[in-house]
Every structure is written in structure tokens, then in C-alpha cells.
Design a protein. Structure first.
Ligand code: PLP
Lengths: 150, 407
């Protein structure tokens, strides 16, 4: 592998979201929340969700971690905000799929395709999935719960 | 003795000669685990091809040869750290197991609620968690020698930390996260003045310094083979004979007994009392071969070369904009922990790997050290005697690469 592939991992979109994470804030009126940790590298984040019936009215996160985990969290919030639970679930499944295999649906992924760069970097897949797992857990529970990926 | 011939030495380590992503491998993760010379690999190979059998129990020829080789390694370890007797050398899985053994077999029986265990802020989790478990079991309290911004022990309050209640001082000789060499001899003297026994965690010291347990006068000394060019799964516990004699066995089983009946079991003599079950015979033989190898070059010479590497690397990185060194103690060995401004260490590790530079990123099993500096992790380069100045240059070039990518 040449270092051109580093550019696949650290694409412009990733660098941009790492530098300026979207929806990076605490949400005081969240009705779903979960903590995510990757003890191996110390990535730690909180995902806040505000559901209005079946619709994700607002989603945000806070935390610290590597560029991949920060950008992934930022992209995650951007992509599911305003979606229904079922739509968010479908996106979650596709994101998961593209990190481990090639055959994800590009139409559903859109911009999230940049996260596929981790496929060639197995040690980094956990960085990219942390916020998604955390979001998923937050949706399933209406109380604070911790997710650990390692 | 011949001059230090780095080319010849590198030929002894076949793994070093490979490309990673088309770039020459620069293996700078020696504090996590070191590479093995052919002399070690061949000793293990020879054992399995010619001598393999169980030890201490067969009258047949192979068992005799296996036993002889296993015990010869014990003598090499004794000589390597200058213990008085082979009886003082117990083979274990590694530093972690040795510390647990001392905690449970030596300290626990004499510890009660209100007693204290003294460690330092820069210990590896292996020298923290076994003591926390002991504290939970006994109601003892864990106390911690603090640290300075440079990553040196802050000894201003040491006389108050060593108390009547202190059951043991357990301290690392060299910090794996910071590289600091601690003044363990002086600390041992201070502890002994108050009749407090001392365990030294030498996991990061034995690959880099010559160690003399009689000169240090410590009561226990522990290390792992895999960080000093020997296999994983083997290490040694040194304990003063008088203390080991008094200690109950840690694990029960075969090999650690003289006689067993359902009414009474008589334990074996030292060191076998602490070696229940079939040991890692090949590992012990490999450890002996690693010691032979280090001594054939000369531990002082290895140390000198490593010191030159560390000096060169420290100088180089400390002069780079946006690089912050973590751990700037006056006396250091092998380890260079650093941060690149604005880039998480995990990203640093991935980009370095793409340049063929293998380093460790993370908390290095020393989370209290990270908490002290208020950081989640560091990038850590750690050197062995087979590393070269060129590899340090590759390290510095990788830093530039990271900075370019994240510019
Ligand atoms: C200072 C120190 N102590 C103890 C250990 C534990 O060694 P092992 O995992 O071989 O038992 C390590 C390993 O990283 C270490 O660096």
C-alpha cells in the first residue's frame, strides 16, 4: 500500500469535520443519551438525542478523540438529524456495512462514504464506529448507558 | 571486546530486515516488546528439536537435558542480576505475575486494615492493580509518591510517606511511559531504615541497565523476558532467600511439593516451591540465550548506544515546532513520549505506520501518568540497541509527514 491511501483515510471531509465538528455541544433537554468509550486509545464521547415522536429532532455530541472518531461523530449527527428512527437505523446499518465490506448502498451513504476509508486500516475501524454505536445505544434506551468498543 | 558493530547486530535480528508499505521497517516499540535475535530463536528451536521433555521428573535422557538447560538458564538469570543463589530466582510468566505473587504470598499475610502500600504515580498498571486488589482484600490503603512536571518522582514528602504502617514500597526502576530512571537504591535505603521491604519493577530496566540486586539491596526484583530479547510468557522473580523461605506457596500443584498425602503435603524447597506445574521450559531457555547474547556484546555497550540514540532523538524532536515531549527527566532510558500539536496520538500512530515507523500510541498502561499531564494518550518511541540513527531520522521525517497531512 502506498501512502496515497493515507489520503483515503484522511480525506478533506474528515479533516474538515475534525477541525470543525458539527453539532458539538451539550444538549440539556435531550431525552436520550449514551456514553461511548474506546479504552484502548482513550476516545470518549457522549451522544445526546432529542426525539419528537418518531423523528430525531436534534442530535449532538461532546468528547475527545482522534480525527477519525471526531469526524465520524460529527458526520453522524449531520446525517441523522431530522430523520425518522427507521431512516436513521437504515443509515446506521449501511455505515456499519461499508466499514467491513464493499457492498454498501452509496445512495443511502452519500457523504458518509468517506468513512469507508477505514476499511484498509483495521486498527481504526473502532474509531469510526464508536459514535454510531453510541448513537444506536442512545436511541434504544431512554436512560444514560455506556458503550465500550475495544 | 570488539567495537559495537551495529550492522552485525542487526543481522542477528532477522525480523528487522523487512519493508512495511515499501518502506524499511523502523521498529521503535521496544518498550512494549523487543525483537529476538537468531541466537534466541535457535536455542528454542534446538530445545524442541533435540531436548524437549518435562523437567525435574524423568530419569530418561531427554528429561535430564531439558532439566539441565532449564536450570542453566536460572543460573544465567542469577548471574545477570547478581543474586546470591539460584534459589532466589523463581521463573514466572513475567513481571505482572511476579508482582501478584509477592502481593499475595508475601504482603497479604502480614497486612491488616489501616496498613499502607506505597507505590509511585508513574507505575505501570501491573504495579498498581495487584496492590489495589490487595488493599480491597485487607482494608489497607494505597499511597502514592507524587511526580513533577518533568516526570521525575517528587521526593519532598517521602519521609512522611514511608510510615510504620507501610508494608511494602513497590516501585519501577524505569518508567515505561516516560523513560524516567528512578533512584531506586536511595529509596530502598530509606525504606529499609524504617524496616519496610522493597519490590523493584525492573521490566523496563533490564533491557537497558546493568542490574545488581545485591548492590540495590532490594527485597524483590521482577522482570519479563520479552522486553529483553527473550520470548513472551517467561520472566523472573528475584527474592531474598530468607523472605522466600518464609512465604507460603502461591499456587499449588505438581513440582512445588516434596510429598503429598491427603493428610499432609510437604512443599518443595526453593525456588520450586513457587513453580507449580510444568513451567515454560523453552521460554526459560530462550531467556538464558538472550542473556548470553546481551553479555556477549556487553550490557554497558548496549546501554551506551541506546543512550546516544535517545539523546539524538530527544534533541531532534525537541527542536521541531509543534512537538511536545512528555517526560523530560534528567536521567532517562530508551523512551521518548511526545505529542504533536493538534493531532491525536492515534492518528500519529497510523501515519507513522504508513512510513514504516512502528511506535506505540495510547496510555501505555499508565493511565495515572496521562491523567497527571491531562492528556488521553501519547505517541511513544522506544529504542533498543539494534536501532540506528537513520531510524531516528525516519521518526523525525514521520513527524513532518503528520504535520503536512494535518496542516
Ligand atoms: C514498567 C512495567 N512494568 C510491568 C510491565 C508488565 O510486564 P508484562 O506484561 O510482561 O508482565 C510492563 C510492561 O509493559 C512495564 O513496562
Amino acid at each position: 500500500m502506498s501512502s496515497a491511501d493515507l489520503r483515503d483515510l484522511y480525506q478533506q471531509v474528515i479533516m474538515d469535520h475534525n477541525k470543525k465538528p458539527r453539532n458539538f455541544r451539550e444538549m440539556l433537554d435531550a431525552n436520550h443519551l449514551a456514553h461511548g468509550n474506546n479504552p484502548l486509545c482513550g476516545d470518549a464521547l457522549v451522544v445526546f438525542v432529542k426525539m419528537d415522536g418518531d423523528v430525531i429532532e436534534d442530535v449532538s455530541f461532546q468528547g475527545s478523540g482522534c480525527a477519525i472518531s471526531m469526524a465520524s461523530a460529527s458526520l453522524m449527527t449531520e446525517s441523522i438529524k431530522g430523520k425518522t428512527l427507521a431512516e436513521a437505523e437504515a443509515i446506521y446499518q449501511q455505515v456499519h456495512k461499508q466499514m467491513t465490506s464493499e457492498d454498501a448502498d452509496p445512495a443511502l451513504l452519500g457523504k458518509l462514504e468517506v468513512l469507508g476509508g477505514v476499511r484498509e486500516f483495521p486498527a481504526r475501524v473502532k474509531c469510526a464506529t464508536l459514535s454510531w454505536h453510541t448513537m444506536h445505544t442512545a436511541m434504544e434506551n431512554d436512560h444514560d448507558i455506556s458503550v465500550t468498543t475495544e | 571486546m570488539a567495537a559495537f558493530d551495529i550492522e552485525a547486530i542487526r543481522k542477528d535480528f532477522p525480523i528487522l530486515d523487512q519493508l512495511i508499505y515499501d518502506k524499511p521497517l523502523a521498529y521503535l516499540d521496544n518498550a512494549a516488546s523487543s525483537q529476538k535475535p537468531v541466537q534466541v530463536i535457535e536455542a528454542i528451536d534446538h530445545y524442541y528439536r533435540k531436548d524437549n521433555a518435562n523437567v525435574h521428573r524423568g530419569v530418561h535422557r531427554l528429561s535430564q537435558r531439558a532439566t539441565d538447560a532449564y536450570e542453566a538458564s536460572r543460573t544465567k538469570v542469577r548471574d545477570f542480576i547478581n543474586a546470591k543463589s539460584d534459589k532466589e530466582i523463581v521463573f514466572v510468566r513475567g513481571a505482572t505475575e511476579a508482582i501478584n505473587l509477592v502481593a499475595q504470598s508475601f504482603v497479604r499475610p502480614q497486612t491488616k486494615a489501616g496498613d499502607e502500600i506505597l507505590i509511585s504515580h508513574m507505575e505501570h498498571h501491573a504495579n498498581i492493580v495487584p496492590w489495589q486488589m490487595l488493599c480491597e482484600q485487607t482494608g489497607a490503603k494505597l499511597r502514592v509518591i507524587p511526580m513533577t512536571e518533568q516526570g521525575e518522582l517528587d521526593l519532598t514528602g517521602i519521609d512522611d510517606l514511608l510510615t510504620e504502617q507501610t508494608k511494602i514500597l513497590a516501585i519501577g526502576q524505569v518508567s515505561n511511559a516516560l523513560g524516567t530512571i528512578n533512584p531506586v537504591k536511595m529509596l530502598t535505603e530509606k525504606a529499609h531504615a524504617k524496616n519496610i521491604p522493597v519490590l523493584i519493577d525492573g521490566a523496563q530496566a533490564v533491557p537497558h541497565l546493568s542490574v545488581d540486586v545485591q548492590d540495590l539491596d532490594c527485597d524483590f526484583y521482577v522482570f519479563s523476558g520479552h522486553k529483553m530479547f527473550a520470548p513472551t510468557g517467561i520472566g523472573a522473580l528475584y527474592g531474598k532467600q530468607a523472605l522466600l523461605e518464609e512465604m507460603p506457596p502461591w499456587q499449588g500443584g505438581g513440582d512445588m511439593i516434596l510429598s503429598v498425602s491427603f493428610e499432609h503435603t510437604q512443599y518443595n524447597e526453593l525456588p520450586y516451591k513457587f513453580e507449580a506445574g510444568t513451567p515454560h521450559i523453552a521460554g526459560a531457555i530462550g531467556l538464558g540465550a538472550a542473556i548470553d547474547y546481551m553479555q556477549s556484546i556487553g550490557v554497558e555497550k548496549l546501554a551506551k548506544h541506546e543512550h546516544d540514540l535517545l539523546d539524538y532523538a530527544t534533541d531532534k524532536l525537541s527542536n521541531m515546532a509543534g512537538v511536545r515531549l512528555i517526560g523530560t527527566a534528567q536521567h532517562k532510558a530508551s523512551v521518548l513520549s511526545f505529542l504533536i500539536e493538534g493531532v491525536h496520538p492515534h492518528d500519529v500512530g497510523t501515519i507513522f505506520d504508513q512510513q514504516g515507523v512502528a511506535i506505540r500510541t495510547g496510555h501505555h498502561c499508565a493511565q495515572p501518568v496521562m491523567q497527571f499531564f491531562g492528556i488521553p494518550a501519547t505517541a511513544r518511541a522506544s529504542f533498543a540497541f539494534y536501532n540506528t540513527m537513520d531510524e531516528v531520522d525516519a521518526l523525525a521525517a514521520a513527524v513532518v509527514k503528520v504535520q503536512e497531512l494535518f496542516a
